[in-house]
Design a protein around this ligand. Sequence first.
Ligand code: NAD
Length: 494
Amino acid sequence: MDQITLDGLRNSPVQAFQHLIEGRHVHASDGGQMNIISPIDGTVLTTTAKGTVADMEAAIRSSRAAFEDRRWSGQPPAARKKVMMKWAELIEANALELAVLGVRDNGTEIGMAIKAEPGSAAATIRYYAEALDKIYGEIAPTSSDVLGLIHREPIGVVGAIIPWNFPMMIGAWKLAPALAMGNCVVLKPSETASLSLMRMCELALEAGLPPGVLNAVTGEGAVVGAALGQSMDVDVLVFTGSGATGRRLMEYAARSNMKRVYLELGGKSPNIIFADAPNLTEAAKVTAAGIFRNSGQVCVAGSRLLVEASIHDDFVAEVVKATQAMRVGDPLRLDTDIGAVNSQAQLDQNLSFVETAQSEGGQIVTGGTRILEETGGYYMDPTIVTDVKKAATLSQQEVFGPVLAVTPFTTDDEAVDLANSTVYGLAGAVWTSNLSRAHNMVRRVRTGVMHVNTYGGADGTVPLGGVRQSGNGSDKSLHALEKYIDLKTAWIKL
Ligand code: NAD
């Protein structure tokens, strides 16, 4: 990556963003705007439209009309594929600009953002573009006087509500399969990280996506997000974010048109280290990265470290060493390992979790405080808390920040019991050289994803989804397409 270009983009003025409705930039109906604060230094970066209920309704009307006149689903698959491939190409061509814009908006360190945001978004869009002309209907094995056909049809209007930690990556996980299957989408990005995703939507139009097929409305979740959730004209809601909002979306669906709701929620993912792990030094480094990259604002972050008691002290010392070697600071520096916390509110919440952990008997072995306050930005020293009990707040509640809870165990059964002792079930890991133990732990720990002798890094070929209160349905892989397809039977008497 070219450092000069990066530095050039660092201070470049950022346009004011409006909604994208029917292929046009549209101001909020009442002219409202929101200031977008950069977590790098706490200054105002730009503004976005502060959407109203009327704005959201206009976007939904536009997507509905686009779906009904089949301007997208009616095109030959090869034509839709061409548009989506072009979209991926444009994202790659603008990768640095998109990544820097996103980092200035949400604080993720650039080294991670460049791969995880434009890189991953382009790969996801290409994956579903390539898949879209390989999805066939079926012929049922009926008796010979009947023809039973199973059609796969787009569902209609998809509402997609996206969080702030990886807006482009998570945005693409929803938009790409939904559009690939011929649906139309209304997108609601997060109020604290919408810029790169809005820019990505502009590129979709440039690639040839017909106006109205993808509309995007910025604004507050409680206003425009709620209007999307409560709409009688949205068929599916796909969401990544907090459990509290997920609960509301289910309520909105029940109170309106019983739209389908697919939720990707938080986690409290266990990272389980056995004394027979193949390489404890490597495990310690990956453990630190697995919780602290992007300031812990990763849904699958390994936020609970469960360590076999016989190696507890030595292993914790290794993780502390690896953590203290990570550089926290300006996310636009290429040598930064941990960038900024997304907002003042998130930083305050992280610090209050640390206070509670101490009051419940946890011992802070490194970190625990805000740092670099003189920059005006929101930075937190990565924090490790030991002696965290099974029932402690830090074991049970998601921080979504750079805070690692450490708990020892002595037997495999105890490790499983601790791992399964929260309401969540998103991700986890087991580190061991024992093949049977590895497979048994994968089976017994109730999560959507289990890593063995690593943490994180799964690519687009495998599903990501939570079980229990971490959500339902999956993003990524061909399985994600199921959320965006209706099966229709044609029963034909011959
Ligand atoms: P959040 O729930 O506060 O916000 C997510 C989105 O929902 C935002 O766009 C927001 O505007 C919108 N929203 C808020 N209130 C709403 C309402 N009443 N009606 C409709 N929409 C509303 O979550 P967040 O703080 O942006 O993200 C952090 C959370 O997301 C964490 O809990 C994290 O674990 C989770 N997350 C999960 C995954 C996953 O794949 N499972 C990935 C990333 C983040």
